[in-house]
Design a protein around this ligand. Structure first.
Ligand code: NAD
Length: 262
């Protein structure tokens, strides 16, 4: 697999979970990294400096809120100004809200669509001119098994994730004659903060202990009965950035323990 020295990656929502795992894996391949996401400033600065020192790459941080298009554009501009480009864009930031449609708050619908779908559009729009100028680019959209199939009480998330699978295909078609590719990764359950909250809610609702709730959640969906790891998703993202993936265009790669094979 070719390394990524001289490339710069913007990874949205990379202060924790899958995004952080992808940022680490890209830095380990020699790419400069623009971190983004919420968190405590001192902890983020420690993360930024640690990643830069460990891998000898440039690492910067943008506090851009993915619900705000102007801040998304500024994040991409900052990557170009401070790190020398925007060659790889990983649209990863995501939030969840769980409720039946009749009780789904309008404001949560808007927020989930903004972070999980519209942010990817605005970031792609801002980064593409820089990729076209070099005739090389990688757009990796973090979708979900919920981009391919549905579950109850996740109207906004499922709609946004199905949407990002479509956006990925359009981006791939519009760049098909170039060295830029766009693909999506569709993970099943990955044990991150986002999922821990759902395990805690299930445990409280069904009066289960944490290990039972964890088993119930993963067992309902994954034939493997195993969680996907952050490192496995990050490995697929690195593969999509490699030369071997030059002609993978508009694909959605499932990493889901067999969930959507059923
Ligand atoms: P996480 O909660 O650990 O991380 C989410 C990241 O997004 C954090 O860095 C957070 O600060 C950032 N973020 C949230 N709102 C933001 C905003 N408005 N602006 C900027 N940053 C914002 O979640 P995760 O599980 O690592 O999820 C990452 C992505 O993977 C999401 O798109 C999620 O839908 C997707 N995904 C997760 C799973 C899973 O099981 N964990 C499965 C499939 C897909």
């Amino acid at each position: 697999m070719s390394r990524l020295e001289g490339r710069t990656a913007v990874v949205t929502g990379s202060t924790s979970g899958i995004g952080l795992g992808i940022a680490r894996a890209l830095a380990a391949q020699g790419a400069n990294v623009m971190l983004n996401g919420f968190g405590e400033p001192a902890a983020i600065e420690k993360l930024r400096a640690g990643l830069a020192a460990e891998h000898g790459v440039g690492v910067a941080y943008s506090s851009a809120d993915m619900t705000k298009p102007a801040e998304i554009r500024a994040m991409v501009a900052q990557a170009v100004a401070e790190l020398g480009g925007a060659d790889i864009l990983v649209n990863n930031a995501g939030i969840q809200h769980v409720a039946p449609i009749e009780r789904f708050p309008d404001e949560r619908w808007d927020a989930v669509l903004a972070v999980n779908l519209s942010a990817a559009f605005h970031a792609t729009k801002a980064a593409l001119p820089h990729m076209r100028a070099r005739n090389w680019g990688r757009i990796v959209n973090i979708a979900s098994a919920h981009g391919l199939v549905a579950s109850v009480e996740k109207a906004a998330y499922v709609a946004a994730k199905h949407g990002i699978v479509g956006l990925t295909k359009v981006t791939a078609l519009e760049t098909a004659r170039t060295g830029i590719t766009a693909n999506a990764i569709a993970p099943g359950w990955v044990l991150t903060d986002l999922v821990q909250k759902q395990i805690d809610a299930l445990a409280a609702r069904e009066k289960l202990d944490r290990p039972q709730a964890k088993d119930r959640l993963v067992g309902e969906k994954h034939p493997s009965r195993e969680f996907v790891t952050v490192e496995q998703v990050a490995g697929v993202a690195v593969f999509l950035c490699s030369e071997a993936a030059n002609e993978i265009r508009g694909a959605t790669l499932s990493v889901d323990g067999g969930w959507t094979a059923q």
